[in-house]
Design a protein around this ligand. Structure first.
Ligand SMILES: C[S@@+](CC[C@H](N)C(=O)[O-])C[C@H]1O[C@@H](n2cnc3c(N)ncnc32)[C@H](O)[C@@H]1O
Length: 303
C-alpha cells in the first residue's frame, strides 16, 4: 500500500446521483490520494526540467474530491516551485463542495497495526493532517481451507488544508467541454482517469477542450488506470446501455491531439503505446477546420 511518495489510498466518493446520468457521465467514479504513483512524480520531474522559476500553475480536470491536486501540492513541496496555482474542475457539485472543504475519508481498508502506523506517518510526512481514525474488527478467511483470522478495518479522515497553505487553490463546478479553463493558460494539465468515463459522443469534444488548456512548453498528462478500457477494438457497453471507449480509440485520440496541438509525446502506455504524457512545443492555435477534422475522425471511429 505504501510508496516512497505517500500512501496510495482509495477515498470514499459519494454515490453519483441521477443528475450525473443526465450529464451522460459514467457512474460511479472513484479517486485516491497518490493514486498515480509513478505518473504524478514523472510529471513533477518533467516540470522541474522544463519550466523555469518558482512559479507554476496546473489544472486537475476532472478533480473529483481534489485529492489529485493535493497529491501534486504535496509533491511540489520537495521542489523549487513555491508559488503554485491550482484549478480543479468537476461536473459533480457534491464533489466540488467536498473538494473545497479539503477533508476526505479513505474507504474501509484492511491495515495491520504496523501498516496503519506507517501509513499515518507517511501522510504526516507528506504534509497532511489526520483528524480521525476509526477501526472495526473483522474476521477474514485467508483461503477456502483456512480458518478465519481476526483483522482490523481502518478508515482514516485526512485534512488536506495544510498542503494547500499559502497556495492559490480554486475548485469549481463545471463541464470540461465548455471553456472552464482559459485556453493556453496552464503549465500542467492533468486529465487523468477521464477518458474512460466519457461516453463516446462526448469524448472527442472534451479532449479537444483539454488539449487547448496547455500553454507552450506545458505538459499534458492523460493517464488512465490500466485495468480500464482494456478491450482493444470494441466499445464497452455499460449496464445502462451507454457506450464508453476502447483502447484503440484512446490511442487514436491521443495521437490526433498530439498532431493538432504540437504536443510531443514523452511517455506512452506500455500496452497500447498510447501517449500518456505530452509536451506542447508551440503556441499555435488550431484552426476550426482542425477541430472539425478531429471530431469527424473520432466520431467515425465510435459508431
Ligand atoms: C475517476 S474521477 C477522476 C479524478 C482524478 N482525476 C483522479 O484521477 O483520481 C472522474 C471524474 O470525472 C468527472 N467528469 C466526467 N465528465 C466530466 C466533464 N465533462 N466535466 C467535468 N467533470 C467530468 C466525474 O464527475 C468524476 O468525478
Amino acid at each position: 500500500m505504501s510508496s516512497p511518495l505517500g500512501p496510495n489510498l482509495q477515498l470514499c466518493t459519494p454515490e453519483m446521483t441521477g443528475d450525473m446520468r443526465e450529464h451522460n457521465i459514467r457512474v460511479p467514479a472513484s479517486t485516491g490520494l497518490f493514486r498515480a504513483t509513478s505518473q504524478l512524480p514523472d510529471v513533477i520531474r518533467q516540470a522541474e526540467a522544463r519550466i523555469d522559476g518558482e512559479e507554476i500553475n496546473f489544472a486537475s480536470v476532472p478533480c473529483s474530491l481534489g485529492a489529485e491536486a493535493d497529491s501534486m501540492l504535496s509533491l511540489f513541496r520537495d521542489t523549487r516551485f513555491t508559488r503554485i496555482g491550482v484549478q480543479g474542475v468537476d461536473i459533480n457539485p457534491r464533489l466540488i463542495e467536498l473538494a473545497k472543504a479539503g477533508n476526505y475519508q479513505t474507504k474501509w481498508t484492511v491495515l495491520e497495526p504496523e501498516e496503519m502506523e506507517q501509513t499515518i506517518g507517511a501522510l504526516e510526512d507528506r504534509g497532511f493532517g489526520i483528524t480521525d481514525l476509526e477501526t472495526r474488527p473483522m474476521m477474514v478467511k485467508p483461503s477456502k481451507y483456512e480458518m478465519p483470522e481476526p483483522t482490523t478495518l481502518v478508515k482514516i479522515s485526512i485534512d488536506a488544508k495544510p498542503v494547500r497553505a499559502g497556495q492559490t487553490v480554486d475548485f469549481r463546478e463545471g463541464d470540461i467541454e465548455y471553456g472552464v479553463i482559459e485556453p493556453q493558460s496552464q503549465d500542467i494539465v492533468l486529465a487523468n482517469n477521464l477518458i474512460y468515463h466519457l461516453p463516446a459522443p462526448r469524448a472527442a469534444p472534451v479532449l479537444w477542450s483539454v488539449a487547448r488548456m496547455v500553454k507552450e512548453g506545458g505538459i499534458l498528462s492523460l493517464n488512465d488506470e490500466p485495468s480500464t478500457a482494456d478491450n482493444e477494438t470494441y466499445p464497452m457497453r455499460l449496464e445502462d446501455d451507454s457506450t464508453i471507449l476502447y483502447r484503440d480509440w484512446m490511442r487514436v485520440a491521443s495521437e490526433l491531439m498530439a498532431e493538432m496541438f504540437d504536443l510531443e509525446p514523452i511517455a506512452r502506455d506500455a500496452t497500447s503505446e498510447r501517449p500518456t504524457m505530452l509536451v506542447r512545443s508551440s503556441d499555435g492555435v488550431p484552426k476550426s477546420s482542425d477541430s472539425e477534422r478531429f471530431l469527424k475522425i473520432l466520431g467515425s471511429l465510435t459508431v
